[in-house]
Write a protein that binds this ligand. Sequence first.
Ligand SMILES: [Zn+2]
Length: 335
Amino acid sequence: MHAILYVLSAVFVGGCNRDKAAAASPDPQSSATPATVAKTVHPAGPELHVDPARAFQYAKEIVAFGPRWDGSKGQQRMGEYIQGKLKGDQVEEDAFVADTPAGRIPMRNIVAKFPGSRDGIIVLGSHIDTNYPLRNTSFVGANDGASTTGLLLAIADQIRGKKLEGYSIWLAFLDGEESIPSDTPGDMRWVSDQALYGSRHLAGKWAQDGTAKKIKAFILADMIGDKDLDIQRDNVSTPWLEDLILQAATKLGYQSYFFAQTLPGLEDDHVPFARAGIPVADMIDINYGYNNSFHHTTQDTLDKISPKSLQIAGDVILETIRLVNAGGEVQSTKQ
Ligand SMILES: [Zn+2]
């Protein structure tokens, strides 16, 4: 599954004016240079690492469910699987029925909450659906959906039972990311208001109930299981948060995997949360296979992802959390 779509700015000019991304002009920066000059922040709390073999194993088990488009048996099993892995954790389901061009489809986000010692929340997200227009194919979304969902479950394993010294960490397993533009199989169009169903629903709920104000950072992971890892910066994401990600990557020696390119007008699950006023960052690799040739094709299989990439992304996320806990936002935006 995957979730992204990235729409070039030229498309936006066509009149997608409801989209925040559409209003954003392309970032002239095309290098790893931070958009803001962040001071070095000293991480807070103990260093944590994901177990990459475990993250990969979870992705493998998820892929074994087969296609997991909304409304499918695979997607139902996926929900049960996530609930099973989070047994004993504080878990909430955000169930709703999405009005789509293919009809009304039941969906649900799953949110696991791990309480911290400070008032405030850091949310990590991944989408759990696979591409809907490819539902009649063997598309299993090893990278596009499974890899990041497996990674979030592996992160849960690292933080479960620990006394979190900083903000609470919530893991958001987001449904309905992929576009459902019509009921026609193979209709691969990305339509802004016919996608991101789960993130739009959850962000709307959190904006209404006051949760959004408590969220210090929302970090989305998407397609970062790619063996040939190349994570892009995008101009919807919040500059100070991406600066912290780069700082975390640099500390861990992984900076060469980050931000060689900046994407304009990226639409992904981070966008609805950005609209709710939450600082967001999308850790995404939309360059999957030569010329992105594996993306949204039946070639998105387990052999194209690696434990190493999951380790890089996971450890950078966990290190970024320490930087946010250390007040990275304040120091970065003071410049
Ligand atoms: Zn996708």
